[in-house]
Structure formats: C-alpha cells, structure tokens
Design a protein around this ligand. Structure first.
Ligand code: SF4
Ligand code: SF4
Length: 132
C-alpha cells in the first residue's frame, strides 16, 4: 500500500527520461561533447595521447612521408577534456553536442603534414620524466 501513490503518480505523469535520439535535449552551457581536431594545425606532439586517461588517442609520425596520423577511438572517449586542455596549439575542441549514434564500432583517423621543426616531444630535453 505504501507504494500505491508512487505507482499512481507514475501512471499519470510523463516519463522523466527522453526517448533519445528521437528527442535530444538542448546542451548545457559549456557541455563537453564531440571531440574534434583541426588537423591542419596539429603538430603531432603526442601530448594529448599521453595525457588521455582512457588511452583512446594515438599519435603516429611517419617521418618517411613527412605526415602524421591522429587517431581517436571515440567509443572509448569519456569526454573529460584533458586532451583539449593540454594541446599546445589549441587545435582540439569539444562541440556542445554529442557524436551521432553509431551502429558499428569505429575509429577516426586524421592525417596531416608534420611540422618542419620537430614537435616538442621529439627533443630529448623536453621528454617528460618517468619514474626514476
Ligand atoms: S596535443 Fe594537440 S598538437 Fe599535440 S598531437 Fe595532440 S592534437 Fe596534435
Ligand atoms: S576527451 Fe578525455 S577521454 Fe576523450 S580523447 Fe580527450 S583526454 Fe581522452
């Protein structure tokens, strides 16, 4: 009997949840959604990949072709924004909205030219110290 008011209220009231993705809520201010990279500005320093807590980023530099690849396994991204905060050239950003629903697991792989000067992490004096 104690639950009766709750049951009746639930029968009368509208659901508290939305039928996503049919009904998408307006994003909150400063919402951290889809991660995007302006690859033309990326210097492939690898800092985002090293700092990512879910290890869903990979940065490869193919010096033979003078190109780099930035890869995001977006199903593993938790949207924390750490990569955006540490990127030295501000080429990463998060949209307010989330990536559209996908039916298959996939990665995003972007290619761009390597900078003429080596990225900072290439120089031995700037490589982050590991436990000694
Ligand atoms: S931190 Fe920024 S510049 Fe460095 S590899 Fe990541 S996206 Fe590119
Ligand atoms: S938003 Fe967080 S989890 Fe997603 S790629 Fe960036 S650092 Fe990794």
């Amino acid at each position: 009997m104690k639950l009766l008011p709750t049951i009746l209220a639930n029968l009368i009231n509208r659901p508290a949840t939305r039928d996503y993705p049919t009904f998408v809520r307006e994003p909150f201010e400063n919402a951290r959604g889809e991660l995007v990279n302006d690859i033309s500005r990326c210097i492939f320093c690898g800092l985002c990949a090293r700092k990512c807590p879910s290890q869903c980023l990979r940065v490869d530099r193919d010096t033979g072709k003078a190109e780099g690849t930035w890869t995001l396994e977006f199903f593993a991204c938790v949207g924390c924004g750490v990569c955006v905060a540490v990127c030295p050239v501000n080429c990463l950003a998060q949209k307010a909205t989330h990536r559209p629903v996908a039916l298959a697991r996939a990665v995003i792989s972007l290619r761009g030219p390597l900078p003429e000067k080596p990225a900072k992490m290439d120089r031995p004096d700037s490589i982050e110290k590991t436990a000694e």
